[in-house]
Design a protein around this ligand. Structure first.
Ligand SMILES: [Zn+2]
Length: 378
């Protein structure tokens, strides 16, 4: 919208997809030992000097003033995650500490570069920062690689991997960069992943592994990244208490899997050509009475499905059944329940699936348990 170029709006159906994705993200991260945090969108300018964003990323940032003081709108979630780590003492026993954040970031893009959900000025990263002992690097990177593999496969994406090395505009010593790059190569080899090298395309604070998705049209999209960072722990003077009772420097991973939630949804819409799997579909079931004699039953059924947590709409318009079916097909609704006199009489439903076509009559309970199982399995 012209009131916010590059600032996307989410309408109700898009919001359903987004919430499902975020819920799924939370579930899978909890299972994998992540803790969720939320950090502020606006933080003072001194923080961005310390993080290096001021020197290396200022062109892409927005600024504001509060009480005469200079503040910046975060373009990345890292400094917030680091402040959370720093807010407490840590023992080596607590590491690795995996802090996840669905963090809203703003980055300036020139208006000519904006493109639908694919290139925007504000988006939510499914971010996480992992703080760990140097000896844990390989296992942690491998863990993230496996998590990304699991998630991409669930959506039916193939992917390839690239290793991005030190860019010209960067901070840190040659030795740190070499160690970090070698650690990523070790993990890639351990995962048995082939990779291509992307010279000079790393982040300013460390090298990264990029995951490039291939959608069903054969186009590729860079989504996931795993970045290894020895610099920020130094800049922010992070430490943990080691087995020897002394202070030591942790190593950090920055990682995203979807990348930007907004862009990932854009990719999914095209990948599925609008035919979302049942767990993501904004409307999962359409109830279609053949005549208005079935309307009352349709209403009761709609209530019952809603109570079971299913996203359902009853189409009670006075239209021919063929017309209602075609419309539901165009909307790519996963299931239609067709209710004629026979179904009202027997208190059952005739099921038509987007994928498998006519599935015949079944009891309401059987349909509910079938669709719920499908939603749970994803
Ligand atoms: Zn980060």
């Amino acid at each position: 919208m012209e009131e916010g170029p590059g600032f996307p709006f989410f309408l109700p159906k898009g919001m359903v997809v987004r919430n499902e994705l975020e819920n799924f993200w939370r579930q899978v991260h909890q299972k994998n030992g992540y803790k969720e945090i939320k950090t502020p969108i606006i933080l003072n300018e001194a923080l961005w000097h310390r993080s290096g964003h001021w020197d290396h990323y200022k062109e892409n940032m927005y600024f504001t003033k509060i009480d005469e003081q200079d503040y910046a709108v975060k373009p990345m979630n890292c400094p917030g995650g680091i402040l959370v780590y720093k807010s407490q003492m840590h023992s080596y026993r607590e590491l690795p500490l995996r802090l996840g954040e669905l963090g809203l970031v703003h980055r300036h893009e020139i208006s000519g570069a904006l493109h639908g959900l694919m290139r925007v000025r504000c988006f939510t990263q499914d971010d996480a920062h992992i703080f760990m002992l140097p000896s844990q690097i390989k296992d942690e990177v491998l863990g993230v690689i496996n998590l990304i593999d699991h998630i991409y496969k669930l959506f039916g994406f193939e992917y390839h991997v690239e290793l991005s090395t030190r860019p010209e505009d960067s901070m840190g010593s040659d030795e740190d960069w070499e160690n970090a790059t070698n650690a990523l190569i070790d993990a890639l080899n351990a995962a048995g992943l082939e990779y291509k090298i992307n010279e000079g395309d790393g982040a300013f604070y460390g090298p990264k592994i990029d995951f490039h998705l291939k959608d069903c049209l054969g186009r590729t999209w860079q989504c996931g990244t795993i970045q290894l960072d020895f610099q920020m722990p130094e800049r922010f003077d992070l430490h943990y208490i080691g087995e020897d009772g002394e202070k030591h420097r942790p190593v950090m991973i920055h990682r995203v899997i979807f990348g930007s939630i907004e862009r990932f949804i854009g990719i999914l819409i095209e990948h599925y050509a609008g035919a979302f799997p049942t767990w993501l579909a904004p409307v999962q079931v359409k109830i279609l009475p053949v005549t208005d004699r079935a309307n009352e039953y349709a209403r009761q059924l709609e209530e019952k499905l809603k109570e079971s947590g299913i996203r359902v709409e009853a189409d009670l318009r006075n239209e021919k059944i063929g017309y209602k079916i075609r419309e539901a097909q165009l909307q790519k609704v996963p299931y239609m329940l067709i209710l004629g006199d026979k179904e009202v009489e027997a208190s059952n439903v005739s099921v038509r699936s987007r994928k498998d076509g006519d599935m015949g009559a079944m009891s309401v309970e059987d349909f509910i348990s079938k669709i719920k199982e499908e939603i749970d399995k994803k």
